[in-house]
Design a protein around this ligand. Structure first.
Ligand code: TXA
Ligand code: MG
Length: 337
């Protein structure tokens, strides 16, 4: 199959809506990361996503809607906490886990009675959903276990020949996946941190509990609240190591270890006086680090490095999401100096 990267013109959006209506899957932009979309009601189409990604069948997909009416057609949950979250953060990078009230594809929800729903702020995606007239099930558009995609080209690299089209919405503004919260009555549990930060959530709904697995690895016999947490995630081929400590101690630690197969990834500005082909950067602020994380993880492989030592991000604000993704990419290899 020839894979076309398409500019987001009205004509191309119509073309992609046609593919989705006929049961095909399409790469789509969002403000967080690119998604791989299918009609959320069509079992065969949804199964194509699992096959293309190599995704475990027990890991449910997020359903994307383009209006509150469409949201209310998928769930009858309507608590005060849910209303407050929607009012403050939609459209935007927040996914809510709620009870499902309609027959979505059982493959999309991995047989669960709940569903993750998100109303993205990306206008290209929303006009595509409008033209389809149904919700789109879309996980991140990357091969299972590998870094997510923040450009149309990343999607192309992973799915060339396997999907018909990718709508090119440019570089994703945020760069890490949506914040996921599970809403049950008055309680709100953070399952995956993202650009909607803990502080932002707590300003709207009061105390937010942390789900197990946000900051640590889950035991092999533990039941994950979010099935995705127990799977390996975001890892390039190279081995990633997260190094905690001062910049000075980081430099001393890595200098002994760098060679043409080993690189390090520091904050922007720190490479001054420490330049070399083996020094990569991923941004100065946590917002920039979120935006660049997946590109740099992909670049480490493109450059042929077999190992990379990362400066550990701050866990403030969206830094918590960067840290959450990075420790998974590192398969929890963390060095404390
Ligand atoms: O920003 C995003 O959320 C991106 C874009 C494309 O929208 N999507 C995304 O999808 O990150 P994915 O499949 O890579 O991650 C979805 C996560 C998985 O960890 C999955 O286990 C969890 O959401 N999830 C989905 N439905 C769930 C449910 N009913 N209960 C608990 N967790 C759920
Ligand atoms: Mg993903």
């Amino acid at each position: 199959m020839k894979t076309r990267i398409l500019a987001p013109t009205a004509e191309n959006i119509d073309f992609c809506a046609g593919l989705l209506k006929s049961g095909e899957i399409v790469g789509v932009p969002t403000e967080t990361v690119y998604g791989l979309a299918a009609n959320a009601f069509d079992d065969d189409a949804v199964l194509k996503i699992f096959k293309a990604k190599g995704r475990p069948a027990d890991n449910p997909l997020i359903c994307h809607v383009s209006s509150l009416d469409m949201f209310h057609s998928l769930t009858s949950d309507d608590s005060a906490v849910l209303k407050a979250l929607i009012k403050n953060f939609w459209p935007g990078p927040l996914t809510v886990i709620v009870k499902s009230s309609v027959k979505l594809s059982s493959f999309a929800v991995a047989g669960l009675l709940t569903v993750g729903i998100r109303f993205s702020s990306n206008r290209i995606l929303n006009s595509l959903i409008d033209r389809c007239g149904f919700a789109l099930a879309a996980p991140s558009a990357n091969l299972s276990k590998k870094p997510s995609s923040t450009t149309a080209f990343h999607v192309y690299s992973d799915f060339c020949g396997k999907i018909g089209a990718i709508l090119d919405g440019g570089d994703c503004e945020i760069g890490v996946e949506s914040t996921i919260v599970k809403v049950e009555g008055d309680s709100c549990v953070l399952l995956r941190p993202g650009r909607v930060t803990l502080k932002m959530l707590e300003m709207v709904v009061g105390k937010v509990k942390f789900g197990r697995g946000v900051l640590e690895s889950l035991g092999s016999d533990e039941v994950a609240e979010s099935p995705g947490l127990k799977h390996r995630h975001y890892s390039p081929n190279a081995e990633i190591v997260v190094v905690k400590g001062s910049f000075q101690s980081f430099v001393e630690y890595v200098l002994d270890r760098l060679n043409d197969k080993v690189c390090c990834v520091v904050f922007d500005g720190e490479q001054v006086g420490f330049e070399g082909d083996f020094v990569l950067t991923y941004g100065k602020t946590v917002v920039d680090q979120a935006k660049n994380l997946f590109s740099v993880l992909r670049k480490i492989d493109e450059l042929g490095f077999e190992k990379a030592y990362f400066r550990c991000p701050s866990v403030e604000g969206v830094g918590l999401a960067v840290y959450n993704r990075l420790i998974r990419a590192a398969e929890f290899r963390i060095v404390e100096l």
